[in-house]
Design a binder for this molecule. Structure first.
Ligand SMILES: C[S@@+](CC[C@H](N)C(=O)[O-])C[C@H]1O[C@@H](n2cnc3c(N)ncnc32)[C@H](O)[C@@H]1O
Length: 281
């Protein structure tokens, strides 16, 4: 299962849904509760998980633009949303649908946001991103926030990896593996040296400096053996990243992975969420 494939995104979607921070989501919902219509742009949208996660939080009429550089993911997003919604119709190059009481209009936009951070359409009220910002660099995050703030656009950022990896029961190599994994997370993912585990902190400071009011909270994955496919894929993904760093002997990584697959009852991966509201001046 590779990088950001639709299969990997489908495997992680239930854990993401359970992890999103309720307080942060509530703050976002409140900011738009007086509106009947909202225009949202989801950056690094993958297969559209943010639409499915946020539909009940946001106003009755929702115009979504899903931005991603991966056209396979964007086309999977249309397929998945068309199966998830009701009364699905073609609309303005995208899809119109209903979901419960909500009316949604969804379009996709293929774009490399590393090169074009201001990827949202004119009139956007809210930019969202889920599991994206740890791939980006501190410099890119600052530029992104500066562009958002000049247009007074709100931001909901979810599931930014914060460097925490703990397993129960612990294994003697957990510390070395976590350290090597975090250093791998700081490699360039197309945005310059990645902020990786520091991304949430960089983003929050940048938003505050730009005058946003922010609500932050933790959104860790708690993966137990009830989600064994996600547990094994996550452990294997960590081992493969650590292998690439060449900082832990291959036989130690193999031993860690074998023992972790057999013994881990609970794997916790830390994330942070933030809702940022532009101040009215
Ligand atoms: C970890 S996935 C998260 C997907 C989705 N937000 C979710 O929560 O399921 C990261 C997404 O960011 C997209 N991405 C990575 N680099 C990008 C770039 N430079 N421009 C646009 N999208 C990018 C990937 O294609 C992938 O769909």
């Amino acid at each position: 299962m590779s990088g950001f494939s639709p299969e990997w995104l489908a495997l992680r979607e239930p854990a993401d849904l359970a992890a999103r921070n309720r307080q942060v989501l509530t703050a976002c919902g409140r900011a738009f509760e007086d509106q009947d219509t909202v225009r949202v742009c989801d950056v690094g949208a993958g297969t559209g998980a943010s639409v499915r996660a946020l539909v009940d939080l946001l106003p009755r009429r929702q115009f979504w633009t899903l931005v991603d550089s991966d056209e396979t993911n964007l086309s999977a997003a249309f397929d998945q949303l068309a199966r998830w919604g009701t009364d699905v119709k073609a609309y303005d190059g995208g899809l119109a649908m209903r979901k419960g009481e909500r009316e949604l209009f969804v379009r996709t936009h293929a774009c490399d946001v590393a090169a074009t951070p201001a990827c949202w359409p004119k009139g956007t009220d809210l930019v969202t991103a889920s599991a994206l910002f740890d791939l980006t660099s501190a410099r890119w995050l600052d530029a992104f926030v500066a562009l958002l703030s000049t247009q007074k656009v709100a931001l909901l950022s979810m599931l930014t990896f914060d460097g925490l990896i703990t397993a129960e029961p612990a294994h003697p190599l957990d510390g070395a593996v976590a350290e090597a994994f975090c250093s791998h997370q700081q490699r360039d993912k197309g945005f310059g040296p990645a902020a990786g585990p520091r991304a949430a902190e960089v983003l929050e400071v940048s938003l505050e400096n730009a005058g946003y009011e922010i609500e932050t909270g933790e959104s860790p994955w708690a993966i137990d053996r009830g989600a064994s496919a996600l547990l094994y894929a996550t452990l294997a993904g960590i081992a493969s990243a650590v292998q690439e760093t060449q900082t832990v002997p291959p036989e130690d990584i193999e031993q860690w992975l074998r023992a972790s697959v057999i013994n881990t009852r609970l794997l916790t991966i830390g994330h942070r969420d933030v809702f940022a509201r532009p101040t009215k001046t």
